[in-house]
Design a protein around this ligand. Sequence first.
Ligand code: PHE
Length: 450
Amino acid sequence: MKKTSQHGEWSSRLAFVLAASGSAVGLGNIWKFPYITGENGGGAFVLVYLVCILVIGIPIMMAEIMLGRRGRQSPVNTMRDLAKEAGGSRFWSLLGWLGVVAGFLILSYYSVIAGWAMAYVVRVGSGVFDGVTADGVSSIFGQFVADPEKLLAWHSLFMILTMLVVARGVKGLERTVKFLMPALLMILILLVVYAMDQGSFQQAVSFLFEADFSKITSDGILTAMGHAFFTLSLGMGAIMVYGAYLPSNISIGSTTVIIALADTAVALLAGLAIFPIVFANGLEPGSGPGLIFQTLPIAFGHMAFGSIFGTLFFVLLFFAAWTSSISLIEPAVAWLVENKNMSRMRACIWSGLVTWFVGIGTVLSFNIAADLTLFGKTFFDILDYLTANIMLPLCGICIAIFAGWVMSKEATSDELNLKSPLLHTSWLFLVKFVCPLAVVIVFLKAISVI
Ligand code: PHE
């Protein structure tokens, strides 16, 4: 077994924490979490999501980082080698492949939405929203997404920027995240303070934290669970490949807890910044993917120095998306470098082109092809549902099953090196029984079998 990665290593624990949090904290926290919470009725959804983070997300994240560090290669090759080492079937490497496909699909739409954030940097910065009413802000958003050329241009620019960082490898990733994560947290806190002062804060707090289970459906529960995977970047090899670059002396358990806490904190802060504005302006919490683009500009348009804070916010949102998108494509790039003998640059160009092309589908699904639906879902909706609600949880439980059932207890305890045997036994219990069962039950409930 190789003990070092051919792609390099993180220079410190902090670098890994920042890179992994950079992957975890992204559009999922700030753009997606608020709008799916709005669509699924609030409190009960948030509670299910938090429980999923705790009992499914954290143990599976530990498993993924552990597998990555033990294999030290792209997820496809890591799974192949670890399966061989444990005497398991070579079909386990398919898991790596499923992750690569999920990464392409997610990045293809992720990049389009990140493009929206970039476009909003320019809009907010040039004062377009100054003093504009809630209706005005909504109509500006509507006009923007109705224009496929604009969306395509921003999507293309974002893809180029992502591939540029990936082409520079581990060092490139490290430098980018070091300053951005703390800055993002600061501006979110500032927005929450604004929302407390100017918005319907009390109403937002009840909406987010009072669980009324009559408001959530079994599909909502599936969405909450899928989002736990999505927001922690689990079930597609992103965290696994980052684990492959983790030095051996760093503790996986405590590092995972820090990343999960940071990720959850950002999502909740985003909720607390957005919903007070939603309620104060009589907006619809369930208005979908445009939610933050239709709410936050109202706040920025009315607060002192709003265009400066607003610009900063969308810059940071773009950065958060950037540091996540890098990890979405890294498993594919690492595999191309390892198996096809490609330079990192070439690998980036090929994988970037494929992703960009699939992204055109999402661009059109907000305008020309908005009526082209299957089961009432547009191309974008289908990609989102298929990846977050099905592929990530499915791969996630396979990872749990592999770590719990296929690998030996000695191997996992050697690699995880948890402080006490009791902690290790608890982790094993979660990945062996709780995670797979929970995911299967949620799946069966969503297709109404139980
Ligand atoms: N975790 C990221 C977010 O919340 C998205 C992501 C999913 C990144 C899967 C990598 C892998 O935005």
